[in-house]
Design a binder for this molecule. Sequence first.
Ligand code: HEC
Ligand code: HEC
Length: 402
Amino acid sequence: MMSSMVLLLVLAQVTDWTTEERRLASTFTPVPAAPKSLTNRFADDPNAAAVGVRLFHDERLSANGKISCAHCHRVEHAFTDQKRVAVGLGTGTRNTMSLLDVAHVRQPFWDGAADSLWMQALEPFEAPLEHGIDRVTVLRKIIEDDPLRKAFTKVFGALPDVSDHSRFPPATPRLEAPVALREAWSRMEAEDQALVNAAYANVGKAIEAFERTLVSPPAPFDAFAAALASGDDQAAARAISPAAQRGFRIFLAVGCRNCHSGPRFTDEGFHSNGTPPTAGQRPDPGRWLGHPKVLRSAFRADGLYSDDRASDQARGTASTPRQPDMVGTFRTPTLRHLEHTGPYMHDGSMSSLIEVVRHYNRLEGAMLDHHGEALLQPLGLDEPSELDLVAFLRSLSVQVDR
Ligand code: HEC
Ligand code: HEC
Protein backbone atom coordinates (compact mmCIF):
# COMPACT_ATOMS: atom_id res chain seq x y z
CA MET A 1 0.00 0.00 0.00
CA MET A 2 2.61 2.46 1.20
CA SER A 3 5.07 1.63 -1.56
CA SER A 4 2.53 1.93 -4.38
CA MET A 5 1.60 5.44 -3.15
CA VAL A 6 5.23 6.49 -3.20
CA LEU A 7 5.57 5.03 -6.67
CA LEU A 8 2.58 7.06 -7.90
CA LEU A 9 4.06 10.28 -6.54
CA VAL A 10 7.39 9.58 -8.17
CA LEU A 11 5.70 8.88 -11.48
CA ALA A 12 3.79 12.13 -11.27
CA GLN A 13 6.97 14.16 -10.88
CA VAL A 14 8.74 15.48 -13.97
CA THR A 15 12.28 14.19 -13.67
CA ASP A 16 13.66 14.25 -17.20
CA TRP A 17 14.08 18.00 -17.78
CA THR A 18 15.86 18.74 -21.05
CA THR A 19 18.71 21.21 -21.44
CA GLU A 20 16.39 23.44 -23.44
CA GLU A 21 13.71 23.41 -20.73
CA ARG A 22 16.33 24.34 -18.12
CA ARG A 23 17.57 27.18 -20.32
CA LEU A 24 14.03 28.44 -20.88
CA ALA A 25 13.28 28.27 -17.13
CA SER A 26 16.10 30.76 -16.54
CA THR A 27 14.47 33.28 -18.91
CA PHE A 28 11.40 33.52 -16.65
CA THR A 29 13.14 34.46 -13.38
CA PRO A 30 13.94 36.57 -11.43
CA VAL A 31 11.85 39.69 -12.03
CA PRO A 32 14.54 42.39 -12.37
CA ALA A 33 14.35 45.84 -10.81
CA ALA A 34 11.98 48.10 -12.75
CA PRO A 35 13.54 50.42 -15.33
CA LYS A 36 13.99 54.09 -14.42
CA SER A 37 11.15 56.43 -15.33
CA LEU A 38 13.16 59.12 -17.11
CA THR A 39 10.20 61.29 -18.05
CA ASN A 40 9.37 61.79 -14.33
CA ARG A 41 12.23 63.23 -12.32
CA PHE A 42 10.28 62.64 -9.09
CA ALA A 43 9.68 58.94 -9.84
CA ASP A 44 12.03 57.65 -7.13
CA ASP A 45 11.60 60.51 -4.64
CA PRO A 46 10.14 59.09 -1.39
CA ASN A 47 8.54 62.45 -0.55
CA ALA A 48 6.73 62.39 -3.89
CA ALA A 49 5.59 58.81 -3.16
CA ALA A 50 4.27 59.97 0.23
CA VAL A 51 2.14 62.58 -1.56
CA GLY A 52 1.15 59.97 -4.16
CA VAL A 53 -0.21 57.47 -1.66
CA ARG A 54 -2.44 60.18 -0.17
CA LEU A 55 -3.77 61.19 -3.57
CA PHE A 56 -4.34 57.52 -4.41
CA HIS A 57 -6.63 57.06 -1.40
CA ASP A 58 -8.33 60.48 -1.53
CA GLU A 59 -12.07 60.10 -2.15
CA ARG A 60 -12.58 63.86 -2.31
CA LEU A 61 -10.99 63.80 -5.76
CA SER A 62 -14.26 62.63 -7.34
CA ALA A 63 -17.63 64.08 -8.34
CA ASN A 64 -19.53 62.30 -5.54
CA GLY A 65 -16.76 62.39 -2.92
CA LYS A 66 -16.69 58.60 -2.76
CA ILE A 67 -14.31 57.36 -5.47
CA SER A 68 -10.56 57.09 -4.97
CA CYS A 69 -8.09 55.11 -7.06
CA ALA A 70 -8.15 52.55 -4.24
CA HIS A 71 -11.91 52.13 -4.74
CA CYS A 72 -11.08 49.92 -7.74
CA HIS A 73 -7.41 49.09 -7.06
CA ARG A 74 -7.78 47.34 -3.68
CA VAL A 75 -4.65 46.31 -1.82
CA GLU A 76 -6.19 43.02 -0.63
CA HIS A 77 -6.95 41.93 -4.23
CA ALA A 78 -3.48 42.66 -5.65
CA PHE A 79 -4.82 46.14 -6.50
CA THR A 80 -7.83 44.95 -8.50
CA ASP A 81 -11.54 44.91 -7.60
CA GLN A 82 -12.29 41.31 -8.63
CA LYS A 83 -15.26 42.60 -10.62
CA ARG A 84 -15.91 41.70 -14.27
CA VAL A 85 -15.72 45.36 -15.31
CA ALA A 86 -14.90 48.38 -13.18
CA VAL A 87 -17.58 50.39 -11.38
CA GLY A 88 -16.88 53.99 -10.44
CA LEU A 89 -19.48 56.72 -10.93
CA GLY A 90 -20.82 54.41 -13.63
CA THR A 91 -20.10 50.97 -15.02
CA GLY A 92 -17.24 50.76 -17.50
CA THR A 93 -16.42 48.21 -20.19
CA ARG A 94 -12.97 47.09 -19.07
CA ASN A 95 -11.55 44.91 -16.32
CA THR A 96 -9.47 46.60 -13.59
CA MET A 97 -5.74 45.90 -13.94
CA SER A 98 -3.41 44.94 -11.09
CA LEU A 99 -0.86 47.53 -9.97
CA LEU A 100 1.68 45.08 -8.55
CA ASP A 101 5.03 45.53 -10.34
CA VAL A 102 3.36 48.15 -12.55
CA ALA A 103 6.63 50.13 -12.74
CA HIS A 104 7.66 47.72 -15.53
CA VAL A 105 4.76 48.81 -17.71
CA ARG A 106 5.72 51.23 -20.49
CA GLN A 107 2.36 51.54 -22.27
CA PRO A 108 -0.30 51.48 -19.57
CA PHE A 109 -3.93 50.40 -20.08
CA TRP A 110 -5.18 47.31 -21.91
CA ASP A 111 -5.04 49.31 -25.12
CA GLY A 112 -1.83 51.30 -24.51
CA ALA A 113 -3.74 54.59 -24.14
CA ALA A 114 -0.86 56.17 -22.14
CA ASP A 115 2.90 56.15 -22.55
CA SER A 116 3.94 56.67 -18.94
CA LEU A 117 2.51 55.94 -15.51
CA TRP A 118 2.23 59.63 -14.68
CA MET A 119 0.21 60.24 -17.82
CA GLN A 120 -1.95 57.21 -16.96
CA ALA A 121 -2.70 58.52 -13.45
CA LEU A 122 -4.24 61.71 -14.86
CA GLU A 123 -6.89 59.84 -16.85
CA PRO A 124 -9.21 58.30 -14.20
CA PHE A 125 -9.89 61.64 -12.47
CA GLU A 126 -11.44 63.07 -15.64
CA ALA A 127 -13.09 59.86 -16.86
CA PRO A 128 -16.88 60.40 -16.57
CA LEU A 129 -17.50 56.80 -15.38
CA GLU A 130 -14.63 56.77 -12.85
CA HIS A 131 -13.87 59.87 -10.68
CA GLY A 132 -15.78 62.28 -12.96
CA ILE A 133 -14.07 65.55 -11.97
CA ASP A 134 -11.73 67.91 -13.81
CA ARG A 135 -8.13 69.00 -13.43
CA VAL A 136 -8.87 72.48 -12.05
CA THR A 137 -11.06 71.02 -9.31
CA VAL A 138 -8.40 68.41 -8.48
CA LEU A 139 -5.89 71.24 -7.87
CA ARG A 140 -8.41 73.20 -5.84
CA LYS A 141 -9.09 70.20 -3.54
CA ILE A 142 -5.36 69.77 -2.93
CA ILE A 143 -4.94 73.47 -2.17
CA GLU A 144 -7.90 73.44 0.27
CA ASP A 145 -6.25 70.69 2.36
CA ASP A 146 -3.49 72.43 4.28
CA PRO A 147 -1.24 69.46 5.18
CA LEU A 148 -1.63 67.95 1.71
CA ARG A 149 -0.86 71.26 -0.01
CA LYS A 150 2.25 71.71 2.14
CA ALA A 151 3.52 68.21 1.39
CA PHE A 152 2.81 68.71 -2.32
CA THR A 153 4.52 72.11 -2.63
CA LYS A 154 7.55 70.90 -0.67
CA VAL A 155 8.25 68.41 -3.47
CA PHE A 156 6.90 70.14 -6.57
CA GLY A 157 7.04 73.86 -5.75
CA ALA A 158 4.19 76.33 -5.46
CA LEU A 159 0.75 75.47 -6.85
CA PRO A 160 -0.93 78.09 -9.06
CA ASP A 161 -3.44 80.36 -7.35
CA VAL A 162 -6.72 79.10 -8.82
CA SER A 163 -8.96 80.90 -6.32
CA ASP A 164 -10.48 83.19 -8.98
CA HIS A 165 -13.35 81.05 -10.27
CA SER A 166 -14.03 83.21 -13.31
CA ARG A 167 -10.41 82.87 -14.46
CA PHE A 168 -10.13 79.21 -13.36
CA PRO A 169 -13.56 77.57 -13.69
CA PRO A 170 -13.93 73.78 -13.42
CA ALA A 171 -12.52 72.80 -16.83
CA THR A 172 -10.79 70.16 -18.95
CA PRO A 173 -10.03 69.76 -22.64
CA ARG A 174 -10.69 66.02 -22.44
CA LEU A 175 -12.85 64.75 -25.30
CA GLU A 176 -14.98 62.42 -23.16
CA ALA A 177 -15.77 65.12 -20.58
CA PRO A 178 -19.12 67.00 -20.46
CA VAL A 179 -19.37 69.84 -23.02
CA ALA A 180 -19.57 72.52 -20.29
CA LEU A 181 -16.17 71.54 -18.90
CA ARG A 182 -14.60 71.53 -22.37
CA GLU A 183 -16.10 74.91 -23.26
CA ALA A 184 -14.88 76.38 -19.98
CA TRP A 185 -11.40 75.12 -20.83
CA SER A 186 -11.40 76.62 -24.30
CA ARG A 187 -12.33 80.03 -22.84
CA MET A 188 -9.34 80.01 -20.47
CA GLU A 189 -6.19 81.99 -21.37
CA ALA A 190 -3.44 79.80 -22.84
CA GLU A 191 -1.06 80.79 -20.03
CA ASP A 192 -3.64 79.78 -17.42
CA GLN A 193 -4.18 76.45 -19.16
CA ALA A 194 -0.42 75.88 -19.05
CA LEU A 195 -0.29 76.73 -15.32
CA VAL A 196 -3.03 74.19 -14.63
CA ASN A 197 -1.47 71.49 -16.81
CA ALA A 198 1.98 71.85 -15.26
CA ALA A 199 0.58 71.41 -11.74
CA TYR A 200 -1.74 68.60 -12.85
CA ALA A 201 1.17 66.73 -14.42
CA ASN A 202 2.82 66.75 -10.98
CA VAL A 203 -0.27 65.08 -9.51
CA GLY A 204 0.42 62.20 -11.91
CA LYS A 205 4.12 62.21 -11.09
CA ALA A 206 3.41 61.89 -7.36
CA ILE A 207 1.09 58.95 -7.99
CA GLU A 208 3.65 57.22 -10.22
CA ALA A 209 6.25 57.58 -7.45
CA PHE A 210 3.86 55.73 -5.12
CA GLU A 211 3.01 53.07 -7.71
CA ARG A 212 6.69 52.31 -8.21
CA THR A 213 6.83 51.07 -4.61
CA LEU A 214 4.29 48.29 -5.33
CA VAL A 215 6.82 45.50 -5.81
CA SER A 216 5.78 41.91 -5.16
CA PRO A 217 8.04 39.30 -3.52
CA PRO A 218 9.17 36.21 -5.51
CA ALA A 219 6.55 33.50 -6.19
CA PRO A 220 7.01 29.74 -5.62
CA PHE A 221 7.71 29.44 -9.35
CA ASP A 222 10.83 31.60 -8.98
CA ALA A 223 12.44 29.13 -6.57
CA PHE A 224 11.50 26.31 -8.92
CA ALA A 225 12.88 27.96 -12.07
CA ALA A 226 16.11 29.05 -10.41
CA ALA A 227 16.70 25.52 -9.07
CA LEU A 228 15.90 23.93 -12.42
CA ALA A 229 18.20 26.30 -14.28
CA SER A 230 21.07 25.50 -11.90
CA GLY A 231 20.49 21.72 -12.14
CA ASP A 232 19.25 21.26 -8.57
CA ASP A 233 16.29 19.05 -9.47
CA GLN A 234 15.53 18.10 -5.86
CA ALA A 235 15.05 21.72 -4.84
CA ALA A 236 13.00 22.29 -7.99
CA ALA A 237 10.72 19.36 -7.12
CA ARG A 238 10.14 20.76 -3.62
CA ALA A 239 9.33 24.30 -4.80
CA ILE A 240 6.04 23.68 -6.64
CA SER A 241 3.59 20.79 -6.96
CA PRO A 242 4.09 17.98 -9.50
CA ALA A 243 0.99 19.28 -11.33
CA ALA A 244 2.51 22.76 -11.60
CA GLN A 245 5.77 21.25 -12.90
CA ARG A 246 3.94 19.31 -15.59
CA GLY A 247 2.01 22.48 -16.36
CA PHE A 248 5.25 24.40 -16.89
CA ARG A 249 6.38 21.80 -19.42
CA ILE A 250 3.06 22.15 -21.26
CA PHE A 251 3.31 25.96 -21.10
CA LEU A 252 6.69 25.78 -22.82
CA ALA A 253 5.52 23.26 -25.41
CA VAL A 254 2.28 24.86 -26.63
CA GLY A 255 3.57 28.32 -27.55
CA CYS A 256 2.21 30.52 -24.74
CA ARG A 257 5.68 32.07 -24.56
CA ASN A 258 5.30 33.53 -28.04
CA CYS A 259 3.55 36.35 -26.21
CA HIS A 260 3.94 35.59 -22.47
CA SER A 261 7.76 35.72 -22.39
CA GLY A 262 10.37 36.95 -19.89
CA PRO A 263 10.20 37.18 -16.09
CA ARG A 264 6.86 39.01 -16.15
CA PHE A 265 5.45 36.61 -18.72
CA THR A 266 4.73 39.36 -21.22
CA ASP A 267 6.42 40.64 -24.34
CA GLU A 268 4.84 44.05 -23.56
CA GLY A 269 3.45 43.88 -27.09
CA PHE A 270 -0.12 44.14 -28.37
CA HIS A 271 -1.92 41.06 -29.65
CA SER A 272 -5.31 39.48 -29.93
CA ASN A 273 -5.75 36.17 -28.15
CA GLY A 274 -9.13 35.60 -29.77
CA THR A 275 -11.25 36.46 -26.73
CA PRO A 276 -14.82 36.27 -28.09
CA PRO A 277 -16.70 39.61 -27.98
CA THR A 278 -19.05 40.15 -25.04
CA ALA A 279 -22.55 39.06 -26.07
CA GLY A 280 -24.67 41.96 -27.28
CA GLN A 281 -21.74 44.37 -27.45
CA ARG A 282 -19.63 45.60 -30.33
CA PRO A 283 -16.08 44.22 -30.28
CA ASP A 284 -13.66 46.50 -28.40
CA PRO A 285 -11.24 48.06 -30.96
CA GLY A 286 -8.42 47.94 -28.35
CA ARG A 287 -5.20 49.60 -29.38
CA TRP A 288 -6.80 51.12 -32.48
CA LEU A 289 -8.53 53.57 -30.09
CA GLY A 290 -5.83 53.62 -27.40
CA HIS A 291 -2.94 54.67 -29.58
CA PRO A 292 -4.40 57.99 -30.84
CA LYS A 293 -5.20 58.95 -27.23
CA VAL A 294 -1.47 59.08 -26.59
CA LEU A 295 -0.84 61.05 -29.76
CA ARG A 296 -3.29 63.82 -28.86
CA SER A 297 -2.46 64.04 -25.13
CA ALA A 298 -0.75 67.10 -23.63
CA PHE A 299 0.96 64.72 -21.21
CA ARG A 300 2.84 62.60 -23.73
CA ALA A 301 6.29 61.33 -22.75
CA ASP A 302 7.75 63.60 -25.45
CA GLY A 303 5.52 66.56 -24.53
CA LEU A 304 5.92 69.84 -22.69
CA TYR A 305 5.51 68.34 -19.19
CA SER A 306 7.91 65.44 -19.64
CA ASP A 307 11.26 65.55 -17.83
CA ASP A 308 13.12 63.78 -20.64
CA ARG A 309 11.56 64.39 -24.05
CA ALA A 310 14.37 62.63 -25.88
CA SER A 311 14.34 59.36 -23.89
CA ASP A 312 13.48 56.03 -25.50
CA GLN A 313 10.27 56.09 -23.51
CA ALA A 314 9.41 59.42 -25.13
CA ARG A 315 10.27 58.28 -28.65
CA GLY A 316 8.41 54.95 -28.39
CA THR A 317 4.67 55.41 -28.81
CA ALA A 318 4.74 58.86 -30.33
CA SER A 319 6.83 57.72 -33.28
CA THR A 320 4.61 54.71 -34.02
CA PRO A 321 1.98 55.52 -36.65
CA ARG A 322 -1.56 54.21 -36.25
CA GLN A 323 -1.95 50.98 -38.24
CA PRO A 324 -5.03 48.93 -39.18
CA ASP A 325 -3.59 45.78 -37.56
CA MET A 326 -3.97 47.50 -34.19
CA VAL A 327 -7.73 46.81 -34.34
CA GLY A 328 -8.78 44.36 -31.61
CA THR A 329 -5.36 44.05 -29.98
CA PHE A 330 -4.57 44.42 -26.28
CA ARG A 331 -1.32 44.52 -24.30
CA THR A 332 -0.18 41.03 -23.32
CA PRO A 333 -0.89 40.97 -19.58
CA THR A 334 1.55 39.61 -17.02
CA LEU A 335 0.72 36.10 -15.75
CA ARG A 336 1.94 36.86 -12.25
CA HIS A 337 -0.65 37.50 -9.47
CA LEU A 338 -3.48 35.75 -11.38
CA GLU A 339 -4.65 34.01 -8.20
CA HIS A 340 -5.86 37.41 -6.96
CA THR A 341 -6.80 39.29 -10.12
CA GLY A 342 -9.69 37.44 -11.77
CA PRO A 343 -11.97 37.73 -13.69
CA TYR A 344 -9.67 37.74 -16.72
CA MET A 345 -9.19 39.49 -20.08
CA HIS A 346 -9.77 43.15 -20.98
CA ASP A 347 -13.52 42.70 -20.60
CA GLY A 348 -13.42 40.37 -17.61
CA SER A 349 -15.30 37.81 -19.70
CA MET A 350 -13.51 34.74 -18.32
CA SER A 351 -14.17 34.12 -14.67
CA SER A 352 -11.65 31.38 -13.86
CA LEU A 353 -8.24 30.14 -14.95
CA ILE A 354 -9.67 26.84 -16.16
CA GLU A 355 -11.98 28.86 -18.40
CA VAL A 356 -8.95 30.74 -19.79
CA VAL A 357 -7.03 27.52 -20.42
CA ARG A 358 -10.06 25.94 -22.13
CA HIS A 359 -10.31 29.02 -24.35
CA TYR A 360 -6.75 28.57 -25.58
CA ASN A 361 -7.15 24.79 -25.82
CA ARG A 362 -10.33 24.83 -27.92
CA LEU A 363 -10.59 28.36 -29.34
CA GLU A 364 -14.39 28.01 -29.42
CA GLY A 365 -15.98 31.17 -30.80
CA ALA A 366 -12.54 32.79 -30.94
CA MET A 367 -12.17 35.94 -33.07
CA LEU A 368 -9.15 34.88 -35.06
CA ASP A 369 -9.94 35.94 -38.63
CA HIS A 370 -10.25 39.56 -37.52
CA HIS A 371 -6.56 40.42 -37.25
CA GLY A 372 -4.87 37.31 -38.60
CA GLU A 373 -3.17 36.30 -35.35
CA ALA A 374 -1.34 33.24 -36.64
CA LEU A 375 0.09 32.19 -33.29
CA LEU A 376 -3.02 30.52 -31.92
CA GLN A 377 -4.10 26.96 -32.76
CA PRO A 378 -6.34 24.59 -30.80
CA LEU A 379 -3.94 22.73 -28.48
CA GLY A 380 -5.56 19.29 -28.20
CA LEU A 381 -4.87 19.00 -24.46
CA ASP A 382 -6.82 16.48 -22.36
CA GLU A 383 -8.49 17.57 -19.14
CA PRO A 384 -5.70 16.53 -16.72
CA SER A 385 -3.28 18.59 -18.84
CA GLU A 386 -5.62 21.60 -18.70
CA LEU A 387 -5.59 21.31 -14.89
CA ASP A 388 -1.78 21.03 -14.86
CA LEU A 389 -1.53 24.26 -16.84
CA VAL A 390 -3.79 25.96 -14.28
CA ALA A 391 -1.61 24.62 -11.42
CA PHE A 392 1.42 26.12 -13.14
CA LEU A 393 -0.29 29.52 -13.54
CA ARG A 394 -1.16 29.48 -9.83
CA SER A 395 2.51 28.92 -8.91
CA LEU A 396 3.20 32.44 -10.28
CA SER A 397 1.16 34.09 -7.54
CA VAL A 398 2.33 35.13 -4.10
CA GLN A 399 0.12 35.67 -1.12
CA VAL A 400 0.65 39.38 -0.46
CA ASP A 401 -0.57 40.02 3.08
CA ARG A 402 -2.63 43.21 2.79
C1 HEC B 1 -13.70 52.82 -11.56
C2 HEC B 1 -12.58 51.96 -11.25
C3 HEC B 1 -11.20 52.59 -11.38
C4 HEC B 1 -10.73 53.71 -10.75
C5 HEC B 1 -11.48 54.67 -9.83
C6 HEC B 1 -9.34 53.81 -11.13
N1 HEC B 1 -9.00 52.78 -11.94
FE1 HEC B 1 -7.15 52.37 -12.66
N2 HEC B 1 -7.92 51.02 -13.91
C7 HEC B 1 -9.24 50.64 -13.95
C8 HEC B 1 -9.51 49.92 -15.18
C9 HEC B 1 -10.84 49.36 -15.62
C10 HEC B 1 -8.28 49.87 -15.89
C11 HEC B 1 -8.07 49.33 -17.30
C12 HEC B 1 -8.70 50.42 -18.20
C13 HEC B 1 -8.41 50.31 -19.65
O1 HEC B 1 -7.45 49.65 -20.04
O2 HEC B 1 -9.14 50.94 -20.43
C14 HEC B 1 -7.31 50.56 -15.05
C15 HEC B 1 -5.97 50.69 -15.38
C16 HEC B 1 -5.04 51.30 -14.55
C17 HEC B 1 -3.61 51.28 -14.75
C18 HEC B 1 -2.86 50.59 -15.89
C19 HEC B 1 -2.13 49.35 -15.42
C20 HEC B 1 -1.43 48.64 -16.56
O3 HEC B 1 -0.83 47.58 -16.32
O4 HEC B 1 -1.48 49.12 -17.70
C21 HEC B 1 -3.05 52.02 -13.75
C22 HEC B 1 -1.57 52.28 -13.53
C23 HEC B 1 -4.14 52.53 -12.95
N3 HEC B 1 -5.33 52.05 -13.45
C24 HEC B 1 -4.01 53.41 -11.89
C25 HEC B 1 -5.09 54.15 -11.39
C26 HEC B 1 -4.96 55.37 -10.63
C27 HEC B 1 -3.66 56.04 -10.25
C28 HEC B 1 -6.22 55.78 -10.32
C29 HEC B 1 -6.65 57.03 -9.59
C30 HEC B 1 -6.21 58.29 -10.15
C31 HEC B 1 -7.13 54.79 -10.88
N4 HEC B 1 -6.40 53.85 -11.53
C32 HEC B 1 -8.51 54.84 -10.71
C33 HEC B 1 -10.18 50.92 -12.98
C34 HEC B 1 -10.11 52.03 -12.15
C1 HEC C 1 -0.81 35.71 -29.52
C2 HEC C 1 -0.25 36.06 -28.23
C3 HEC C 1 -0.67 35.19 -27.05
C4 HEC C 1 -0.49 33.83 -26.88
C5 HEC C 1 0.17 32.86 -27.82
C6 HEC C 1 -1.05 33.52 -25.59
N1 HEC C 1 -1.54 34.64 -24.99
FE1 HEC C 1 -2.43 34.75 -23.19
N2 HEC C 1 -2.97 36.68 -23.56
C7 HEC C 1 -2.60 37.40 -24.69
C8 HEC C 1 -3.32 38.66 -24.70
C9 HEC C 1 -3.20 39.76 -25.75
C10 HEC C 1 -4.17 38.65 -23.58
C11 HEC C 1 -5.20 39.72 -23.21
C12 HEC C 1 -6.36 39.55 -24.18
C13 HEC C 1 -7.59 40.35 -23.90
O1 HEC C 1 -7.71 40.92 -22.84
O2 HEC C 1 -8.46 40.41 -24.78
C14 HEC C 1 -3.89 37.39 -22.88
C15 HEC C 1 -4.50 37.02 -21.67
C16 HEC C 1 -4.16 35.88 -20.96
C17 HEC C 1 -4.60 35.58 -19.61
C18 HEC C 1 -5.49 36.49 -18.75
C19 HEC C 1 -4.64 37.43 -17.93
C20 HEC C 1 -5.42 38.51 -17.24
O3 HEC C 1 -4.83 39.19 -16.38
O4 HEC C 1 -6.59 38.74 -17.55
C21 HEC C 1 -4.06 34.38 -19.26
C22 HEC C 1 -4.22 33.66 -17.93
C23 HEC C 1 -3.28 33.90 -20.39
N3 HEC C 1 -3.36 34.85 -21.40
C24 HEC C 1 -2.60 32.71 -20.44
C25 HEC C 1 -2.07 32.18 -21.61
C26 HEC C 1 -1.65 30.80 -21.78
C27 HEC C 1 -1.69 29.75 -20.69
C28 HEC C 1 -1.26 30.66 -23.09
C29 HEC C 1 -0.84 29.38 -23.80
C30 HEC C 1 -1.84 28.35 -23.80
C31 HEC C 1 -1.40 31.96 -23.72
N4 HEC C 1 -1.91 32.84 -22.79
C32 HEC C 1 -1.06 32.25 -25.02
C33 HEC C 1 -1.71 37.00 -25.65
C34 HEC C 1 -1.35 35.68 -25.87
